[in-house]
Design a protein around this ligand. Structure first.
Ligand code: ADP
Length: 349
């Protein structure tokens, strides 16, 4: 039997450690008391849990083993266990032996572990993206310094390639820094009531020369009849539109056309960038706004001028974050081989 004073202590613990899963079990690992979080986790009312074995109540061999070890050694044992429906949650577990029985305290670390994984993936992705251009630069420079290239034209060509790869690296670093500042939420937006026509015109002006070099036409869509103002940070919105326009040109065919415009939609202003390029396969459409997500590296037209070589899968992630910072949204409608329409919506002023 558990000493009744342990019950009072247990209740005090529940009051203090709200949010944690707390259990009082006896020496035979039968549940004596369960806190509200424990009942939620087991998806059973507390009364049902009482008297059940720990393993029957929670179905976790890891939790059972930790409790058993604490009972046997009469020492505090800590570890981790995966519990919940379909093993969905990860917990840091402390098993604290009492005179009789023990208290189990489970702290949810699912979000923490997920964050750690995201961070690990992020670093791995950066490493991967940096490696390719760095390897090229090193190879080209080595070939030049080893004197293997006597021909001045080839030397120039190699030097130009090095410059392109260095530009790509620089672009990548800029995008990474942009993304992390926007993601951290530290960027303060300078919101103003912006004429959407001005934003569209600025974007067309900036993308014009790049599109021309690639023989892609850029057309401004006729403005809607109504007038509206977007509540946006002109620089950030401009950056998002330019990213979309860059992609539209990058994934267009020679002689293709990119159309940029805006329309009012339910208290918002929607900017659209449409192309008749290669399109995005349906299976990828949900994911292209994730950072580092690329459909296929070989799909972009090979850049002749280095202007568009940066392809790290960060462009659309930046667009999404800019939209979210404005409490807006992004979207795409696309058909493979036919073209794409990307949009970003921000609140109307
Ligand atoms: P990237 O730097 O690879 O272009 P983005 O985040 O800008 O990265 O885009 C992610 C992926 O979405 C790209 O790899 C490309 O396959 C696809 N994509 C983006 N814009 C377009 C578009 N206008 N047409 C076709 N595919 C596109």
């Amino acid at each position: 039997m558990i000493d009744p004073t342990a019950w009072a202590a247990f209740d005090a613990l529940i009051a203090r450690r709200g949010g944690d899963v707390l259990l009082l079990v006896d020496d035979l690992l039968r549940i004596v008391r369960a806190g509200p979080e424990a009942a939620d986790l087991a998806e059973r009312p507390e009364e049902t849990l009482r008297g059940m074995s720990l393993i029957a109540g929670f179905g976790s061999a890891a939790l059972d083993a930790l409790a058993r070890q604490a009972i046997t050694t009469r020492e505090v044992v800590s570890g981790e266990a995966t519990l919940g429906h379909l093993g969905a949650r990860r917990f840091a577990v402390d098993a604290v032996p009492l005179q009789r029985g023990l208290v189990l305290s489970l702290h949810d670390i699912t979000a923490l572990r997920r964050m750690e994984r995201v961070r690990r993936d992020f670093v791995a992705n950066i490493g991967h993206e940096l490696r390719t251009p760095l390897t090229s630069i090193k190879l080209l420079a080595e070939t030049l310094t080893s004197g293997a290239v006597d021909d001045p034209a080839t030397t120039r060509d190699f030097a130009a390639q090095i410059e392109r790869e260095a530009d790509h690296l620089a672009q990548l670093v800029v995008e990474l820094l942009d993304l992390t500042t926007i993601e951290s939420g530290e960027t303060r937006l300078s919101l103003e009531a912006l004429d959407p026509e001005t934003a569209v015109a600025a974007c067309i002006e900036r993308i014009g020369p790049v599109a021309e070099r690639r023989e892609v036409r850029v057309r401004r869509l006729d403005p809607p009849d109504t007038s509206a103002r977007a509540l946006a940070d002109p620089a950030r919105l401009g950056q998002a539109l330019l990213n979309l326009a860059h992609n539209a040109v990058k994934y267009s065919h020679h002689g293709g056309e990119v159309r940029i415009g805006w329309e009012p939609v339910d208290g918002r202003v929607r900017f659209t960038v449409a192309d008749d390029g290669i399109g995005v396969p349906v299976a990828h459409q949900q994911r292209i706004f994730e950072r580092f997500y690329k459909v296929d590296r070989s799909r972009a037209r090979v850049p002749e001028d280095g202007q568009l070589s940066g392809s790290a899968g960060l462009g659309l992630a930046i667009v999404r974050h800019i939209a979210e910072a404005h409490r807006g949204s992004v979207g795409v409608a696309s058909e493979e081989g036919v073209g794409s329409t990307f949009w970003i919506e921000v609140p109307a002023a």
